[in-house]
Every structure is written in C-alpha cells, then in structure tokens.
Ligand binder design. Structure first.
Ligand SMILES: Nc1ncnc2c1ncn2[C@@H]1O[C@H](COP(=O)(O)OP(=O)(O)O)[C@@H](O)[C@H]1O
Ligand SMILES: O=C(CO)[C@@H](O)[C@H](O)COP(=O)(O)O
Length: 496
C-alpha cells in the first residue's frame, strides 16, 4: 500500500486528495477562488491564489491525517487547461494569468489563421486556434503589453506553475500543452514551425514530457510552505479533462464522460488521433498510453449556473438552485437558454456568440431560470454527442463528472436530453483522483491505468432517460440550435 497526493488546480477551486493506492480516497480538501473579469471579455486569475490554495488544502490534509500525510510517496497534478502564466527570470508572474474563459485575443486568432494554412492547422494542431488558448494570449501580450512581454522568461500552464513552485523546475506535459495551439499533437511536442512562423521566442517554451514522467522533487522551500516532505517525487501531471477521464475509469473507447465543472465537456479516450475535419471539437494528447482524447467543450457550463446564482438570483448555494429547478417541468415551460456567456466552442467556435434567455412569459419565475440554465448546458453538450455520432466515436456508457454531478436534477436532465443512461462515480473529485493515479503510474506503483480500477466504483443510482420528456426535449433542442443560427449575425454587431 502506498499513499499518493493528487492536486487539481480547477477554475472554481483547488482540490487536494490523499489516496491510499489499495483502499481508495482518504480525504479531499478544497479551497475556492474567483475568476477576475477586469473588463468585458477578459478572464484572469492570480497564480499566487492557486498557490495559497495549494498550501492551505495541504495544511488541512496534514492536520487531519498526519500519519498518512507523512507517508506520501508521490505527487500528481491536474489543472485547468489552455491558460497562460508568463513568468520572469525569477519565476514571478509578469501579470495575472489569462485563463481559458478569456476572449480578448480574437484578433490574434485571426492572425494565426493567416500565418498558418487551414491544412497545417488541421494536420499539426488538430484544433482551431481559439481565444483563451495560451498561444493567442501570448501574442496578445506581445501586441498590447510590450513592457510585460519583454520581462517574460517562460510561459507555463496553470498546473505547470504550481509544479514549478513545488520543485523549482520548469516543464510542460503533452496533454496540457497540446491545448495551447502551438503544438504538434501527433508528434507530442511543441510545433517549431508554428512558433517560428508567429515570431515568438522559442526559449519561452519549457521542455515537454509525458504526464507520468517524474518532473522533480518537492523542494525544501515547498516543504516549508506546504508541509510536504522535501524529496518526494512530483510527476508532470496532465490537463484536467484527461485527468478526470482517468479518475472516472474512462480509459477505453466507448466510455464517455460528461463533465460539468466550470466548463463542460463530453470526452472520449481514443487510441489514434482522430479529429473532426470541421474542427468543431478538440483532439489533444491523453495523459496515458501515448493515446489521445477527443472532446467538445461547452464553455460556460457550471459557470452559467454560478453566474445565475451570484450575479442574477443572489442565492446562497447551488443546492438551492437545484431544488428550485426540480419544481419545474422538463422544458422549463418554454424558456430556452443559450449558455454562450463567454462565446462558445463546440460546435460553433465563435467567441462572439452571446447568452440568450428565449421564450419569457408572465408565468415564469426564478425557478424556471434555474432549470433553463441546466437544460441549456445539457443542450450545448448534446451538440458534441451529435458530432461523435458523425465521426463514428462510440458512446456505450456515459459517466457524469465535475461539480454538477452532485445534483440529481441536473443528472436526470442530462440523461433525458442525451437520451442515454448516466452513471456517477462514488469519488466526487475525479480529476484529483486521476492526478493521484498518474502519480502512481509515474512511480511504478501502478503499471497501467487499469491497475487503478479497484479505486473506481459507481453509485447504485443509474439515471435512465425518460420516455415522457423525449418530445419536449427534442423540440426544445431544435429551438436551441435555431436560436444560435438565427442570431449569429446579430452577435457580430457587438464589440467583442
Ligand atoms: N449542488 C450542486 N448543484 C448544482 N450544481 C453544482 C452543485 N455543486 C456544484 N455545482 C456546479 O459545479 C461547478 C463547479 O464544479 P467543479 O468541478 O468544482 O469546478 P472546477 O473544476 O472548475 O473548479 C459549479 O460552478 C456549479 O455549477
Ligand atoms: O477549457 C476547458 C477544457 O477545454 C476547461 O474545462 C478547463 O480545462 C477548465 O476546467 P474546469 O475548471 O471547468 O474543470
């Protein structure tokens, strides 16, 4: 039996999970923080807040489980993807991190599309460049903040910054780095061609490794701040989507995860680098087996409910919103919500798209809004299932993941709208568990991901699609699709 530590740098919170390799999760600690929106279309976070959250969550685990904490054999990391942390020669961020929800770099995305041919983008990156991805964000800094650009020594992704704080060593891993745009997904390394063509400094990009390789060890300074013993190996770790799939046991084709965290994704493991020829989904490197992951992203998923709770309805808890939604019938009595609060990726890849509540009538109240938001997010995710169908990606089983998987009403909505059975893992912090499993793989405690299968069990409740709601949801889904199509020209008229 070995003790492992998995850390996930999420967008809403950092979670740290103490894992017994034979008997499962010992405990999880989490600490939340905000997404800073300094102006319309911007989304930033302070990397120092992530680090403080790591120190605080580890402090809590240590005080509650001293004996197990002392025995930690390896640390694994998972993190929100795409974001850019630019650090100077002393390893200090030169500005706040520009995260995946950011939309400021539309001009740079267009520039990339002029510098690289469509064929090169497909063949090499397998993904459309998009706002909030590190490559266009870096070009935005070069153009708009030359004083910051001049100070940059390295560009890191969120969890890579945390690994640097733990070990003192810079590095990147293929699963996360493949989500930056300047990456050759099949070759599993930075695209020298893309970097050269855009005139960015090659030295900014740290060496890239596989997720399960050992990156370094806990430094004495990290020991002082977190209580972790110096010398513990730290593995490179992976993007949170790859990690949550591993933590859900979804490491074979046909098993699909529907994740609703801050963002939302429908994701599948793929052995070969299949990608959508229309680039409506993402194909990135997986964190295991030198395989790949294909997924569609509905950007403001959990974030839409958080926005409704905090900015509009001013409610205290997500549970309250779930209770409200449960009081309203399927279809929200005619309200359809387009969750494009920061544009939308799959299937539209349009940072200019906007949120809409459609169909408002005198009968509606706050409960309808809560339900319509949950349904709108599920409609957005269904768009990915439709593309999977087109691409021949099998969907034999759907596992719900992320914070929203704690809401029975949202789980039933997903089952009904997807028309598929939904199961939920007993471990609620799946990306963290995935990070812990990567740590076990990196240190030889597990030989293959399948060696972790005893750690993954599903709740007895299976959410079955209801025949009764099928017609209502089929009609509402068509409205949802038409809502975008009929308004997309209007979105162009707005500033962002
Ligand atoms: N009880 C709940 N009912 C409905 N939604 C919930 C509940 N708890 C969490 N959520 C959703 O989960 C989101 C956070 O998910 P999480 O996976 O923790 O995010 P991240 O990984 O980005 O930090 C919230 O924004 C919210 O939309
Ligand atoms: O943009 C994506 C994936 O493509 C996001 O999902 C981020 O990876 C953040 O994840 P969460 O914090 O929402 O789990």
């Amino acid at each position: 039996m070995s003790i492992l530590l998995g850390i996930d740098i999420g967008t809403s919170s950092t979670k740290a999970l103490l894992l017994d390799s034979e008997n499962g999760v010992i405990d999880v600690a989490s600490q939340g923080y905000e997404v800073i929106v300094p102006q319309m279309g911007y989304a930033e976070q302070n990397p120092g807040k992530w680090w403080n959250a790591v120190c605080d969550t580890l402090g809590k685990l240590k005080s509650d489980h001293q004996a197990a904490f002392e025995k930690i054999a390896a640390v694994g990391l998972s993190g929100q993807m795409h974001g850019l942390v630019a650090v100077n020669a002393n390893g200090k961020p030169v500005r706040p991190a520009i995260i995946w929800l950011d939309q400021r770099s539309n001009r740079q995305v267009e520039e990339i599309k002029k510098l690289l041919s469509e064929d090169e983008i497909k063949r090499i990156a397998h993904n459309d460049p998009y706002t909030g991805f590190a490559f266009p964000s870096l070009m935005w800094i070069r153009e708009n903040e030359p004083e910051h650009y001049r100070q940059i020594d390295k560009v890191l992704m969120p969890k890579d910054y945390i690994r640097y704080r733990m070990t003192g060593a810079y590095g990147a891993d293929a699963s996360d780095a493949s989500s930056t745009t300047c990456f050759d997904v099949r070759a599993r390394g930075w695209s020298e061609e893309f970097i050269c063509r855009t005139g960015l400094d090659r030295d900014f990009f740290p060496d890239c490794h596989e997720s399960t390789e050992i990156a370094g060890e806990v430094s004495p300074e990290c020991e002082r701040q977190t209580g972790l013993r110096a010398g513990i190996p730290v593995i490179f770790g992976g993007g949170d989507q790859q990690c949550q799939c591993i933590g859900n046991g979804a490491y074979q084709e046909g098993v699909v995860v529907s994740n609703i965290g801050t963002g939302g994704e429908i994701a599948s493991y793929i052995a070969e680098d299949i990608y959508d020829p229309k680039l409506r989904t993402h194909t990135f490197c997986h964190a295991i087996n030198k395989a790949f992951i294909i997924y569609g992203a509905t950007l403001c998923s959990g974030m839409s409910l958080r926005w409704l709770k905090d900015n509009i309805l001013k409610k205290q808890s997500f549970e309250e919103l779930s209770d409200m939604a449960a009081q309203i019938p399927a279809g929200s009595e005619g309200i359809v919500f387009l969750p494009h609060l920061t544009g939308e990726r799959t299937p539209y890849m349009n940072p200019k798209s906007k949120g809409i509540f459609f169909g408002l009538q005198l009968i509606h109240d706050d409960r309808h809004f809560a339900r319509a938001v949950m349904e709108g997010v599920a409609f957005g995710l269904k768009g990915t299932l439709d593309i999977f169908d087109e691409l021949g990606i099998g969907v034999e089983r759907i596992i719900a993941s992320g914070g929203a998987a704690t809401s029975p009403v949202w789980l039933q909505i997903q089952a009904d709208i997807f028309g598929k059975e939904i199961v939920v893992s007993q471990v609620k912090e799946q990306a963290c568990l995935g990070a812990g499993i990567l740590a076990a793989l990196g240190t030889g405690i597990f030989r293959t991901a399948q060696d972790s299968s005893h750690l993954i069990a599903f709740d007895k409740t299976v959410y079955e699609p209801s025949a009764k709601t099928k017609n209502v949801y089929d009609e509402a889904y068509q409205l949802f699709v038409d809502l975008y199509e009929n308004n997309k020209d209007l979105f162009e008229r707005t500033n962002i």
